[in-house]
Design a binder for this molecule. Structure first.
Ligand code: BF8
Length: 509
């Protein structure tokens, strides 16, 4: 088996698909609509093709977050919460969404809206690109409440709220003299059971480490060291010191199953949606099963440890970062932040979210560092890991709020500051910046914040190029209903110039 890492596999990108200009929704095509006047075989315009692709992306993202919350509900044997959006959203927004037909139809199952989004984008159904974009916002709202909020709330209830602490991260957290077990994915159910096991005194030979969002969640809640974000997951195995990698769902590269064959690493899958060749499947559906599986994984990892090659060493250093913030434990209260903004001591709040896309070469970290003199920064997800690696998460200007589903915490911080200022969210100088998106989930999260009235920046084509008609539509049309925009800006210098020129808010600038 030849080891080929993500950097060696980047030569398969389609420059047309990247801009969303390819329609694969029927077998008269695939059709390419490169120019504004081009039509697909069925007559679909470029705007329609691009908007349908964005909606299908958004549906994929919403399905992942809503699925996460749904799995957690099932695991905890809790009932599906009715009227959850009404309970959680500010009432003025709920009424606005209701009035303009943006409220998801979720009554019994959120899946209905996701399936309707796929339906509306099938060949020969919705021909109105503006209505297709409306669906993106609807799914954003669904993702926000029945995904991000619900998953975060349930996990906080059952696993506890995070605590502010100094956490360790990077590949240097792998310990050569211990049995290393990595937990990777997004739903930290089994990871929580493993934490209980490894903290028993008979298991002191085990070093548990996190990867991706499961890693962010257990770092924030329990201080479990985080070895890698999405980009570095293969490098974790390639250290040759991982006895077991336990995966749940999402952002798990299929390549790790091949890569594990080059080493002694055992891959263990735990969710029926995520199976891998050469892996051991150990499904968990309740707490008791999770405890039993955690126990088995530890003994399996010890067995694998006998096959580890001798004299393996870690070359990377550990990094440290202050983690564990949430909507109620920031060093400043919402009122204090609102006052700082009002007195112009703070220009606003920027939340840096999403992935760490290797195709983005621009130095966004440098720009955020520069802006942190004037803005308060919040962060989550893989980009948070990158900020931590750059030494920015010192708990003074940058606050780490956890995994991607924990973007609900950012939405809560925004809601609470706006409430303290006696304003609506769109009146406040808030911005979501997603400089390096990879996953569909980054797009559905963006749609959620846009529906809340927060401007959303993407630093990499999310099926758009900036000169396209539909890009302008997203930038201008949302203003009418949501007083927000979704925009593409790929150059940090330009971004800074826009920020200086336009400011972040309509009221305080
Ligand atoms: O949900 S930031 S690459 S790990 S999608 Fe995936 Fe992107 Fe990382 Fe977590 Ni979020």
């Amino acid at each position: 088996m030849k080891k080929r890492f993500i950097k060696d596999r980047l030569n398969h990108q389609c420059s047309i698909g990247k801009q969303g200009k390819c329609c694969k929704n029927c077998l008269l095509g695939p059709c390419i609509v490169l120019n504004r006047q081009d039509k697909g075989a069925c007559g679909a315009s470029q705007d329609l093709v691009v908007s349908r692709n964005i909606l299908r992306f958004t549906a994929g993202g919403a399905s992942a977050h809503c699925g996460h919350a749904y799995h957690t509900l099932k695991y905890l044997k809790k009932d599906y919460p009715f009227d959850y959006i009404k309970k959680k959203a500010p009432s003025y927004l709920y009424n606005l969404w209701k009035k303009h037909g943006f409220l998801p139809k979720a009554k019994l199952e959120h899946f209905k809206d996701i399936s309707e989004a796929l339906h509306t984008t099938t060949m020969g159904t919705n021909a109105d690109y503006k209505d297709v974009i409306k669906w993106c916002l609807r799914l954003g709202i669904l993702d926000g409440y029945y995904g991000l909020y619900l998953a975060t709330e349930l996990e906080d209830q059952v696993f506890g709220k995070p605590e502010v602490r100094v956490g360790e991260l990077n590949l240097g957290v792998i310990q050569p003299n211990k049995i290393n077990i990595a937990v990777h994915g997004h739903e930290p159910i089994l990871a929580e059971a493993l934490i209980k096991e490894v903290r028993k005194k008979e298991n002191l030979d085990i070093n548990l480490i996190g990867v991706c969002c499961t890693g962010q969640a257990v770092l924030a809640r329990h201080g479990i060291p985080m070895a890698a974000n999405f980009l570095l997951q293969e490098n974790v195995i390639a250290t040759g010191m991982i006895e077991a990698m336990v995966v749940d769902v999402q952002c798990i590269m299929p390549s790790i199953s091949d890569l594990a064959e080059c080493y002694h690493t055992k891959i263990i899958t735990t969710n029926e949606l995520c199976k891998m060749p050469n892996a051991v499947h150990m499904p968990i559906t309740n707490k008791k099963e999770a405890e039993e599986v955690a126990h088995k994984i530890i003994s399996m990892a010890r067995t694998m440890g006998r096959h580890r090659l001798k004299n393996k060493r870690i070359r990377e250093n550990k990094k440290v970062a202050v983690v564990g913030f949430h909507e109620r434990n920031l060093p400043y209260s919402p009122k204090e932040i609102a006052d700082k903004i009002r007195k112009a001591q703070l220009k606003g709040v920027i939340a840096v979210v999403g992935c760490d896309n290797i195709r983005v070469k621009e130095d966004w970290v440098k720009l955020y560092k520069e802006l942190s003199k004037d803005y308060l920064f919040l962060t989550t997800g893989c980009i948070g890991f990158k900020l931590a690696n750059a030494g920015l998460l010192d708990g003074k200007n940058f606050y780490h709020l956890g995994s991607c589903v924990n973007n609900a915490r950012i939405a809560e911080v925004f809601r609470l500051i706006a409430k303290a200022a006696k304003k609506q969210i769109h009146d406040m100088p808030f911005l979501i910046s997603c400089p390096q998106p990879i996953s569909e989930k980054a797009i559905s999260i963006g749609m959620f914040f846009a529906a809340l009235g927060v401007d959303v920046h993407f630093g990499y084509n999310f099926l758009l190029s900036s000169d396209m008609h539909i890009a302008k539509y997203l930038e201008e049309a949302l203003k009418k209903t949501f007083k927000s925009k979704v925009f593409l800006e790929m150059k940090p210098k330009q971004f800074k110039r826009r920020l200086q020129k336009e400011g972040l808010s309509t009221i305080y600038k």
